[in-house]
Design a binder for this molecule. Sequence first.
Ligand code: B12
Ligand code: SF4
Length: 467
Amino acid sequence: MRVKMILPALTEAISPHWRPIKYSLFPPLGLATLAAFFPPDAEITIQDEHVEKLDLEDEPDLVVIQVYITSAYRAYELADYYRQKGVYVALGGLHVTALPEEAASHADTIFLGPGEDTWPQFLADWQAGNPGKVYASKIRSLIGVPPIRRDLIQRHLYLVPNSIVVSRGCPHHCDFCYKESFFQGGKSFYTQSVDDALAEIDRLPGRHLFFLDDHLFGDARFAGALFDGMMGMGRVWQAAGTVHSVMQPGLLEKAVASGLRSLFVGFETLNGDNLRSQHKYHNLNRDYSGAIRRLHDLGVMINGSFVFGMDADDEAVFDRTIAWAVENGIETATFHIMTPYPGTALYQRLAAAGRITNSNWNLYDTRHVVYQPAKMTPEVLESGYWRAYEDFYRWGSIFQSAWTKETWDGRWRHLIYAGGWKKFEPLWDMIIRAEQVAKVRPMLESVLQGFRPQSARPNPSSELVVS
Ligand code: B12
Ligand code: SF4
């Protein structure tokens, strides 16, 4: 059996002029997870169009494509091409789950939700010559799932080949998030067993790990046991967590002792009305500045996530957010324009109000405005978003933010880390094109590792409690 698995890219990622570093960060874990269910004699290739040119001259028996919203049109183009050649095509992933009717016209079989239960069922049916048209996931468990086929991943093409997910979903229910619609019809938050997660970590070479879980700290008992098990493994790692999880006594300390050095934190907005309208209640009444101090005191760098364009935002939101992030010494930030993904409560609300203005999925990349904002024009929102990146990453801001750290060590690491990501993008592009990205990994590890806990905490001028 010859199988071709494809992660298609959005146009920007394969542009001859520019390829942002973010597309060469993480390998396609979803496809490598599904690959583990094939019989041992199957000939499987995984191709990730973000990092390589696709070989379209092959003649596989089965093509498996993972569809994200921004790569949907490219995925359909590839699916149509292989179907014309008489190849059986299976489509799954977030966008297929959100819009099954749209995807179905480009596939022999579509899959809704996570694939750990439906994929082995399909393979059995397909080999028996009796595959269904639609498989919808119902059983939500990672227990007994075979180890992910990392041998099919071309490690040298990624800065972070050791990315790993030990859970699925999240215990929270924010209106703008993909997860409610994706996990419909079953549990929307579940974890591996701690032993399986530790065994997977053990199999990964080198020191650096990046947990891609939506919320690694979502089950405090699981997370605590995982961090206990990681003690003494000599890892340095990065992950994502909520403001609330940072404040939980004891858990963060364990995470740091087991190697946590940088955390992606979903602050999203500094406005309590926005949090309420998005049902992001777990961020309400949280002392954001206190959470930042706690992370910095423990030597953990922060990638703050912020969303612009929620209904309480007016054009003052950009300057206010940047000033606050800089004053609080946040090392890196990821900004998004609010994007109503089909299938989410946010999409339904805006569609019902006639506020969706564009249904070109290529633009649903959190950098374009595809709806009518409440308190500013789409043009102001889009230009404010780009200005936010410029303002946050100008050298003046980086220095000001770095100087909230009280030690030279802290300031130096802030400068290297923040400057390294954004100020040298052309250099990253060259490194990626020369397929030398793996050589930069030791530098990343030492910057992460070198950020030692500060004895005195920074003293930002603004204290912000979101309420
Ligand atoms: C790594 C990552 C990326 C990487 C690349 C993706 C990759 N290598 O897979 C990069 C940095 C390039 C990226 C970019 C973007 N991303 Co991204 N990314 C992620 C992240 C953090 C992890 C993905 C992952 O590995 N998951 C773990 C694996 C095991 O799960 P999985 O991939 O979903 O696969 C499972 C199922 O989907 C299903 N499945 C998938 N395909 C198929 C196919 C078949 C046939 C079957 C049966 C099943 C199946 O089975 C798999 C096993 O359960 C997710 C968040 C998350 N936790 O998933 C966001 C996430 C997918 N990204 C998101 C977004 C919005 C983006 C961007 C548009 C945003 C931006 N401005 O950067 C861009 C553009 C993406 C693109 N290329 O089109 C959103 C998607 C929203 C949506 N509705 O599509 C997510 C969910 C983050 C979020 N919480 O909002 N991303
Ligand atoms: S906390 Fe994050 S991952 Fe969880 S539902 Fe909200 S946005 Fe989604």
